[in-house]
Write a protein that binds this ligand. Sequence first.
Ligand code: GCB
Length: 600
Amino acid sequence: MLYPKITQTRNLINLCGIWNFKGDFNEEGYKEEWFKNGLKDYDFMPVPSSYNDITTDGRLRDIVGDVWYQKDIIVPNNWNEDKIFIRVGSASHNSKIWINGNLVKEYVGGFLPFEADITDYVKYGEENRIIICVNNELSWQTFPPGEVYYFEDADGNKIKKQKQQHDFFNYGGIHRPVYIYTRPKVHIEDVSVKTTDFKGEKGYINYEVFTNEDCNNIEVEIYDEENNLKGKSKGKEGTVQVDGVKLWEPGNPYLYKFVANIKNEDELIDTYNLNIGIRTVKIESGQLLINNKPFYFKGFGKHEDMDIKGKGLDDAVNIRDFNLLKWTNANSFRTSHYPYSEEILDLADKYGIVVIDEVPAVGMLGQAVPAVGELDGVFREDKINGDTLKEHIRITKELIARDKNHPSVVMWSLANEASVMEPRAGEYFKELVEETRKLDDRPLMNVNIMLAEPGKCHVSKYFDVIGLNLYFGWYSERGDIASGAKRLLQWLEDWHEKEGKPIVMTEYGCDTIAGLHKQPSIMFSEEFQVEFLKEYHRVYDKLPFVIGEQVWNFADFMTGQDIVRIDGNKKGVFTRQRQPKMAAHYLKERWEKISNHFTK
Ligand code: GCB
């Protein structure tokens, strides 16, 4: 799905700002037809933002159910020659949109964009009422999964609550920009630049342009960063050759502008452009090669998370994060545990930061994180079943459709810490992987939980790269880093022996209270975090099949309330306000010595 933008043939109104808002605490919205009648006694709410931390009302922070947004806008008269769409970057988790009382879209999923053709419902030159209802309820058929239940308090009142297995706050609301925008009646629907290649000085861009009606006159042009025309082609698919190619490299990105036009003689019917990079990605001899050179991932698992705004898109925070990634000499991150905003991926392309792009399949597990001991099975008819798999395939398809053109994305991660020890998980992931491979050539990763012992995973055999989340010395061998590191070495060697695939350490780390210093170190002190990371790194440096290290987490982040979470998860190398703990300085020093294209 293309990101909306203004071009010579397209127009756009950005609806970010203040919307009218109402939390539906008593489930009245549908009964009273708020979608038709509009909101009364409303609050104000910023878009994009999570709603949870904006007001002082605990009921809204913890609501399980619907919230309603309203915005009244005038659609310009001169838009009446075009098709008009409304597009939401993401809203967590399930949404419905009404235009002037007409339901135009229902969408399930909290982290991907959705849009609707509203041409037939808008009034030109007059006020139009947009109502969006966002529901945050999870089930075993949603991503992430969760469960709504009723808790009976001491007075016998039934209170609606939600269980979740994932370890981040279940923020809700409209999290990314809302636009209405135009496309000409005959228009470009999508552009695909999934594969690029190069030989010596020549670059090759394999493209496909999709249109809503059959069009013969499609033309493609490639411009360099100085706006010089570097190549062109005609037709809806083909290859454009670029001489004197400049590659998109980690830490040294070069972006070309890809322009697609539909023309009728000399008349421009539609035009759309996007940034692309020329680079290759493949797995060979146990390494991940970018532009035929082995790549070592150094970086973090992250979250979209901030004070007050929760998961709402924040350009200032995002630019700060990329500056900090650069400052620590990181070259990559994983979009743990859901697709991040398109705006973040654009920045990754521009900063030359490599991305492991993850679907929101987190918490496919019989226990909440941090899970310990024996787990209940979840790959069974009443939990993760055929319908769950269908949804998993759908969101994976949508993720790839959205992100396929980003040079920064080098791998798809299809799940984090699923219950891979269950034989039925094997069948499930086999089908998911087969379906995904039909869509894209990029390597596939599954991220494993520490409870999955080497040789007991039914899933990793279908994937190209194994992600491991290990916390020996923290969740086990608590406080004993040396014993944790011994187990780590053994564990990694065993995993490699059993699966024979490259491993990325997708999570390792420990909760650390900024400003807590202890010598000798103890758990939660800044010294402990540094020592923990150092010991882990000693192990990785001995093992050539470990092709990357991504510390958990880039920054402290909010979680649900729990006795193991004090105002959230504190495993950040940066605080939630993006200031460094001691570990950030240590990582900066270590990663300075590891080049972006690394050979151990
Ligand atoms: C994990 C999860 C991550 C948690 C982390 C932790 O394994 O993947 O979502 O936040 O552990 O801190 O326990």
